[in-house]
Ligand binder design. Structure first.
Ligand SMILES: Nc1ncnc2c1ncn2[C@@H]1O[C@H](COP(=O)(O)OP(=O)(O)OP(=O)(O)O)[C@@H](O)[C@H]1O
Length: 325
């Protein structure tokens, strides 16, 4: 796999999430609370945390998408300074796919089984770039070869079920690129793939970032993967970001006890031993009043159980939500 050079955060963020809170309306409890994130042009931001921490909801929010029953109750989602939460739905639709695109674990959920791969990519080209007929077909073939789908002239006539898992993932990436987005939200994009195909898709994403200057929000529960691709990393726990830092800084100098625990929960090299974190992420609606990680934290003190910590800078580009670090 190609080595990734760490990047400096340059200029103004492409996307800035500010104090975003999401509520599950039927039960009236928060799913995300005061989430802050910045994604800079051309960078890969890794978003990591255990299942249920809120990674996917944060990823969807980058597209101004909220599952049914889920509504924002605070904050802003600014793309180049424009708040998606305040735009009329028509404008948000034009933004989705054109400015920001989404790929996820299961391409069969993104690709429609009754249309050919080519037809579906051409539909995006028509919608977002006004391409039709021969021009659209030629561009669809070019996109499929850009994502290294073998024999794109033939594959374009295939239905999704006629492709292997890795090929479908490539076709979904080609569809995501069709609107020429500046940001790609990749939600566990390689989790369902076997290890070899996984490495090929990661390489492809790195290549696309180089060639297109694409920024990527790379969501994964797997820190080893994040380490391969990300420039910076944000760690989520129970609906909030608890640590953010440059990749090397986070891996070499983790500050939050949760980040440390996640790092030590990785399988040790050459063994199959996995040190698991005791306890579970508290469910939404059952977050403790103080630090949400306190019940699982060996270093907790009285203050951690009583007060909710805010994010605090601890070094250049490094912030942590912990009183003790
Ligand atoms: N449509 C929904 N309605 C109600 N609750 C939801 C909905 N979607 C997500 N949640 C809840 O919000 C919390 C965060 O979910 P999210 O899918 O963002 O977590 P995640 O970190 O991506 O986890 P995973 O890795 O398992 O996908 C979870 O407790 C989940 O059960």
């Amino acid at each position: 796999m190609a080595a990734v050079e760490p990047r400096a955060r340059e200029g103004v963020p492409l996307l800035r999430i500010e104090a975003l809170g999401l509520c599950f309306i039927p039960k009236r409890y928060a799913l995300l609370d005061k989430v802050d994130l910045e994604i800079f042009p051309g960078e890969i931001l890794g978003l990591v945390g255990e299942s249920g921490c809120g990674k996917s909801l944060t990823g969807l929010a980058c597209l101004g998408l909220f599952p049914s029953g889920v509504k924002p109750f605070s904050g802003r989602v600014l793309f180049k300074g424009k708040d998606l939460l305040c735009l009329p739905e028509k404008e948000v639709r034009a933004y989705r796919g054109r400015r920001v695109a989404l790929i996820f674990q299961e391409p069969l959920n993104a690709l429609n089984p009754v249309f050919t791969v080519g037809y579906q990519i051409e539909e995006v080209l028509k919608l977002h770039r006004g391409l039709r007929g021969e021009a659209a077909r030629a561009e669809a073939i070019r996109l499929l070869s850009e994502v290294r789908l073998p024999d794109p002239e033939t594959r374009i006539r295939n239905y999704p079920h006629e492709l292997s898992g890795g090929m479908r993932q490539r076709a979904m990436i080609a569809m995501a690129l069709a609107g020429e987005p500046e940001l790609l939200v990749a939600d566990e994009p390689t989790t369902a793939l076997d290890v070899t195909v996984q490495a090929q898709i990661l390489d492809l994403l790195l290549e696309l970032r180089e060639r297109r200057g694409l920024a990527i929000l790379f969501i994964s529960h797997d820190l080893a993967l994040i380490r391969e691709v990300a420039d910076r990393v944000a760690v989520m726990y129970a609906g909030e970001v608890v640590e953010v830092a440059g990749k090397d800084e986070l891996f070499e100098n983790p500050r939050h006890p949760y980040t440390e625990a996640l790092l030590s929960a990785r399988p040790e090299f050459g063994t199959r031993k996995l040190r698991l974190l005791p306890g579970q992420v508290p469910s939404p609606g059952k977050w403790p009043a103080g630090c949400r990680f306190a019940p699982r934290c060996r270093e907790r003190e009285l203050r951690c159980e009583e007060e909710h910590p805010e994010m605090r800078p601890v070094g250049p580009g490094h912030a942590v939500r912990c009183f003790r670090r």
